[in-house]
Design a protein around this ligand. Sequence first.
Ligand code: ZN
Length: 343
Amino acid sequence: MRALCVDKDQKSFLSLIDEKRCYEMLREARWPDGQVRCPYCSATDIAGPWRGVHTPESYRYRCRACGRGFNDRTGTVFERSKMPLRAWFLAIYLVELNRSTAEIARELPCDYHTAHRIVWLIREREMHIEAGRKLEGVVEVDEIYQTAGHKGRAPKEESRCLGRPPRRRGKKQGPGRGSAAKDAPALIGMVSRDGKMVLEVAPDVRRESLEPLFEKAVKRGSTIYTDSASCYRFLPQMGYVHDSVNHTRREYARGPVHVNRGEAVWSLWRPFIATFRGIAQRNLHAYARTFQFRRNHRHLTAFGRLNLILSAAMKNASKPFLSLRRWLNSLCSRGIYVPPIPI
Ligand SMILES: [Zn+2]
């Protein structure tokens, strides 16, 4: 197996990025009005700033109300990270360009596991920005079945209570539509005519699986266009206006009724997900939400999206990364997203 560690002394783009400017940008995003606030008690009576001991570009402060010290990074996703801030910024830029974790580790340069933590914390911020998005008006809906099985081994203490069948190798596709049990969960793409989209993962396309997803993502009373798949017949009972086009009769548009936008999403999704070379089923939600973030902010440059992530880096910043499983569990407990498949 190829070594995961990289030569940390090699020259990289990092040498061209100004650390001082990065900290200035972080302070501007964090305190837009210029007033420094305590991350613990939100007081504005602050002593300082003083320059950091090891990183003179970073400022330290002390809150006169609660007496606690903090710095520019405290309370953000950058907290307790030994990587320079410019490495984080470069990582955000590369994540936005859809680079793989191994490639980002080479560019920073850092260990693969460090890059993995950084990449997932950035994706978690993207998911945080996209949480609670609701579509309205005319919404086109289409579904595909994404191959995503179980990977790795269950931790020892969880081996008896996985809550799902253990990993199976080989061909799992049986007759009929895909499902999580067949290692091909359904992806439901919902695209409104104003260009916003929501991408949800469903264990299968039964009514009880789809109902909560529509409830969460599409406002009641909206018009939904689909193809003639029978799994969408319940929509009028939920209070939506529903119409469909029948592809078997070679009907692809009938006036305003079509799902061309909904179907076009998949031509963008396929190359996006191919970068990651076989993903685990439990991570499919995170990838779907990341894709949703990129599509919904596609008119911004990577720098614009960096600004967006920076402004979100301050709110509910997650604790230092422990393990992917525990992190996903913490997301579920905070209600950021509710996976229909046990992870
Ligand atoms: Zn305080």
